[in-house]
Design a binder for this molecule. Structure first.
Ligand code: NAI
Length: 408
């Protein structure tokens, strides 16, 4: 079994799907590791480091392996270079990548989407959404602290007291909780709000104050948030406005799976903030939690500087690559049968009865396996022909023709 690490081709992507320190985890199974030249360039990892770890650097790697791993989806051109039956692992946002999914289907590729890995306990070590959200959350707090032209912590000095910064975090999922923890470590006073019932306790466990609004909580399936009605959204904005007006830094991380990020903060709410305040909108690239935020830009709204996040984990490619690579090694290992004897070859053998394998699979054997995506691309499944009328039941012993000869 051979695995190739692709060089990322999407603009601004600095991460790499495998890091040298994890190569041995695969070679120990009997997997040969090939790396496209300069695959680690954006993450400051040289080809030599991969070679020292036991990998081979090969410009033709993609066309010559059983499995290709990448962070972002492969380009259509790279898909054309794969052998039929090759498996790919990457982030693959199926709603935005329908043309590529059709290419993967037509090329007979078995593709797995890291976004679709079910969020069950057994799959936690493969949960790349969480590992990358952790990096994003940390980065958001650091960006806010860097942009704010004042201290985060309280300082009591002989010259007088400097009050700590007031930070408000909206959305307390994986990224939000990490932003809270980071801002707390820097000494800020942190308040946070999330629509989920469990969130208030999680916020308090990070040492922050939970903002409690007189609104019903919103819980969807799998512990995720549900979309808000317009009425509830308006009421939430009204109730949050005074907290935001009082904040030196606002960090927003709210998301609803499969939907555009909810708008939580209007331009008018930002205009109420004090001179010098900062806003960090992690959701800027998926619609924005803050009206007027622009991905990868800092814009001025009223007195505030508003920073829009875009591919934030790529701003810290070292740790985000390492965490992602761990997720990748774990999911590939789940589908790999180890070599029987030392030095022998491993086999790539995904078990489609396993809910992690079935859940994460997008295309396999010339078909789209992920039903909502299949329907979006190919249309509704043809209606099953009507069941034929049941034949007169001739199976009960009384109805069987009595074979007298056989009895004799
Ligand atoms: P996410 O990235 O989809 O959303 C971020 C946060 O935004 C969520 O906490 C959500 O409740 C919040 N949000 C949505 N609409 C909002 C609104 N209008 N106002 C304020 N906040 C809003 O979620 P993430 O971070 O991926 O995970 C959320 C939850 O999923 C976790 O706290 C946990 O319960 C569950 N989870 C389970 C895992 C597992 O079992 N392996 C792994 C990771 C998360």
């Amino acid at each position: 079994m051979k695995i190739a690490v692709a060089r990322e081709t999407r603009e601004g992507e600095t991460r790499v799907a495998l890091v040298p320190e994890l190569v041995e985890k695969l070679t120990a199974l009997g997997v040969e590791v090939l790396v496209e030249p300069e695959a680690g360039y954006g993450a400051q990892i040289s080809d030599d480091e991969f070679v020292e770890a036991g990998a081979e650097v090969d410009a033709g790697a993609l066309g010559n392996v059983d499995v290709v791993v990448s962070v972002r989806p492969l380009s259509a051109d790279a898909v054309r270079r794969l052998r039929r039956g090759t498996a790919t692992f990457s982030f693959l946002p199926v709603n935005q990548e329908q043309a590529l999914v059709a290419d993967l289907r037509d090329a007979g590729i078995t593709s797995f989407s890291m976004e679709l890995v079910p969020r069950i306990s057994r799959a936690q070590s493969m949960d790349a959404l969480s590992s990358q959200a952790l990096v994003s959350g940390y980065r958001c707090a650091i960006v806010a602290a860097g942009m704010l032209r004042r201290f985060f912590p309280l300082n009591m000095t002989a010259a007088g007291t400097v009050h700590p910064a007031e930070v408000v975090v909206l959305g307390a999922g994986v990224a939000g909780l990490q932003a809270i923890a980071t801002a707390k470590r820097l000494g800020a006073v942190v308040r946070a709000y999330d629509v989920r019932a469990a969130a208030a306790e999680e916020i308090r466990s990070m040492g922050a104050k939970a903002i409690e609004l007189d609104l019903e909580t919103l819980e969807g399936s799998g512990g995720y948030a549900r979309e808000m009605t317009e009425d509830r959204a308006a009421r939430q904005m009204e109730l949050l406005a005074p907290y935001i007006a009082d904040a030196d830094a606002l960090i927003t991380t709210a998301a609803v799976p499969g939907r555009q990020a909810p708008l939580l903060v209007t331009r008018a709410m930002v205009e109420q903030m004090r001179p010098g305040s900062v806003v960090v909108d992690l959701a800027a690239e998926s619609g924005g939690n803050v009206e007027g935020s622009v991905p990868s830009e800092v814009v001025r709204i009223g007195n505030a500087q508003v920073w829009g996040g875009e591919n934030v984990p790529a701003q810290m490619p070292g740790p985000s690559s390492k965490l992602y690579a761990q997720n990748i090694v774990n999911i590939v290992t789940l589908m790999t049968v180890k070599a029987e004897e030392e030095g022998g070859p491993a086999t790539f053998a995904p078990d489609f009865d396993d809910e992690i394998v079935a859940g994460a699979c997008v295309t396999h054997d010339g078909a789209i396996r992920h039903e909502p995506t299949r329907e979006a691309i190919e249309g509704p499944a043809p209606e099953a022909p009507p069941e034929p009328d049941p034949a007169p039941d001739a199976t009960t012993p009384e109805d069987q023709p009595y074979d007298q000869e056989a009895d004799q």
